[in-house]
Design a protein around this ligand. Structure first.
Ligand SMILES: [Zn+2]
Length: 296
């Protein structure tokens, strides 16, 4: 049995059996740590064989096809969210040097570049990297290239938009990010949240388990525990209201519900209502994390 990534406890056991509805149809086990509550995909394929689990027409984060109403909505919302993310970053820091890890086809960085930011990206998928470089003229490196370089104190902002849960060497990355941020720099991390109403309602059908692509499953408590192992501080937890609708629509579809689109909208609304005054119950959240300034 694997040890808990967050608290190192060996006391973990099976919590759910989830199906990969997106690509393979295979079943995967989500384990739970009995000590801290952290959840992780226990039998995810190793890093060498995961690529095949991303190869689907359905995997819209990297695709530009606008098929179907969910995909079309996703693209509309993505456009809107670019502005929201930019606003949020500007709210916390005047810094302009930004690194987006898992930048995909580079839409976010392209947007930020037009807003006057000095941007660069990291992306594992060669075709997405090529798209970003050729279409948006962005500087995008592979994870290996990036992690092998020292960027000590270079960036004002590092972003991980729904990326950290996909990363195998999560601790190696966090260490590298901590080192690469300037003092008082900011890290923005968007993650699904298993404390949400929709995670509890849909249980093994909850789309944001997204096994085996999501290796790690967080709630605010376990995220905080992980980030505290560095000198990072979470200073704000912000809800991602559109993610609730998306997660619920996909979950309803996986659960075989008729009219999954409408059911998803409805459940997403309830989920957002539950988290209205408590962002820590949101379907997905952005953790605003700060690296402390130099010691006095
Ligand atoms: Zn634990």
């Amino acid at each position: 049995m694997k040890k808990c990534l967050v608290c190192n406890s060996p006391d973990t056991s099976m919590f759910l059996e989830c199906t990969d509805h997106f690509v393979s149809g295979e079943k995967f086990i989500v384990n739970r740590c009995k000590t801290c509550g952290f959840r992780f995909t226990a039998n995810a394929p190793d890093e060498m064989s995961i690529a095949g689990y991303y190869h689907s027409e359905n995997y819209i984060s990297h695709s530009n096809t606008q098929k179907g109403i969910v995909n079309s909505l996703y693209h509309q919302v993505r456009k809107f969210m670019l502005g929201q993310k930019c606003k949020m970053i500007k709210h916390f820091t005047p810094g302009k040097k930004i690194l987006d890890i898992g930048c995909g086809t580079g839409h976010f960085l392209n947007y930020m570049q037009h807003k006057g930011f000095q941007v660069s990206g990291v992306e594992i998928e060669p075709s997405a990297r090529k798209f970003a470089m050729e279409n948006f003229n962005l500087a995008v490196r592979s994870p290996r290239e990036t992690l092998n370089e020292k960027h000590t104190g270079e960036f004002d902002v590092v972003t991980l938009w729904h990326v950290l849960e996909h990363i195998y060497d999560i601790k190696g990355y966090l260490e590298w990010i901590f080192d690469s941020l300037k003092p008082n720099g900011f890290l923005f991390v968007a993650l699904p949240n298993f404390d949400s109403y929709d995670a509890q309602k849909y249980a093994k059908y909850w789309a944001a388990y997204d096994v085996p692509r999501h290796l790690w499953h967080f709630n605010p408590l376990t995220f905080e525990k992980l980030i505290n192992q560095y000198e990072f501080q979470t200073i704000r937890v912000k809800p991602l209201v559109f993610d609730a609708y998306y997660n619920c629509m996909m979950s309803a579809r996986y659960a075989g519900k008729k009219l999954s689109f409408l059911q998803g909208l409805f459940t997403g609304q309830i989920s957002n209502f539950h988290s209205l005054f408590n962002p820590e119950k949101s379907s997905s959240v952005v953790y605003v994390v700060k690296k402390p300034g130099p010691k006095q």
